[in-house]
Design a protein around this ligand. Structure first.
Ligand code: FES
Length: 274
């Protein structure tokens, strides 16, 4: 049976101009399934990423220079030798600080303020509203005009940082073409790292803020051919933003998991060259 709730006097969908229907929704299909799956998917990723970010084990493969994205860039004296591609400006860190602490908060901010993820967790976790034609439990709505949700407007700045992080991940993926005896090497781990970084770029460039930065506020596209071209490409990617948001959560976990398996010598990397 559809859940019901007592109409709060004159608010939300129960305002006086609406039909007086006591049921929270008249939908009889499984409208709760998409929000439930979204919640489970997000919780699974956050749980995995949190555990892996704190454990400080099996994040670097010294023979092949594979570094998991959760520890990149590794900038402290606590990082295992070789894993710090950009030096160690920070001293040893206590266990409660993840080694990727410099960028993890920004990446979290980038995803949390992402227009797609907002839709996803507003619907599934905040139930605001959980589905079309299903009344939300909240009586009031202040949108994103007050703290804390006004911070959502900082998405563009998180995007700029995400661009830098994508460059760092690209550097990591390229420097991982390293053989066990030194010099060039190429294995399955390289394919995993490369696919991950290409998809991360696709997700980052498909960002709504990126699209606006590329082509927003232009009065005449003809006067800005380069920006118009870039905006056209970004717009194509933008139509896939939701798919890329989920795909990259998956590839991040897979990439980290693969590096973990090789680094812990649970499996050996499939090598094509050296
Ligand atoms: Fe999703 Fe910018 S809108 S990353």
């Amino acid at each position: 049976a559809a859940p019901t709730t007592t109409p709060a006097a004159g608010t939300g969908v129960f305002s006086r101009t609406r039909a007086r229907i006591a049921a929270r929704t008249l939908r009889t299909d499984r409208w709760w399934l998409p929000p439930l799956l979204t919640t489970l998917g997000l919780i699974a990723f956050v749980a995995y990423a949190t555990v892996r970010s704190f454990v400080r084990t099996a994040y670097w493969v010294p023979e092949y220079h594979y570094l998991t994205p959760f520890y990149s860039p590794c900038l402290s004296d606590s990082c295992v030798p070789g894993s710090s591609h950009f030096g160690t400006p920070f001293p040893e860190l206590p266990m409660w600080i993840p080694l990727g602490f410099v960028v993890l908060p920004f990446l979290l901010g980038f995803r949390l303020t992402c227009y797609y993820y907002r839709k996803a967790y507003y619907r599934s976790m905040w139930m605001s509203p959980p589905a079309c034609a299903v009344a939300e439990p909240h009586a009031r709505y202040s949108g994103e005009t007050r703290l804390p949700l006004i911070i959502q407007n900082a998405h563009r700045y998180f995007f700029y940082v995400a661009l830098v992080v994508s460059l760092i991940n690209t550097y990591d993926a390229l420097s991982a073409f390293h053989g066990s005896g030194g010099g060039f090497g190429f294995g399955l781990g390289n394919v995993v790292l490369l696919v991950n970084v290409v998809l991360l770029w696709a997700y980052t460039l498909s960002c709504h803020s990126c699209r606006h930065i590329a082509g927003g506020r232009l009065k005449h596209f003809s006067a800005h051919p380069v920006r118009y071209w870039f905006w056209t490409q970004v717009s194509k990617l933008n139509t896939r933003h939701m798919a890329l948001a989920w795909t990259t959560l998956g590839t991040l976990v897979l990439t980290d998991f693969y590096v973990m398996l090789v680094a812990s010598q649970t499996i050996s990397d499939l090598r094509f060259v050296n």
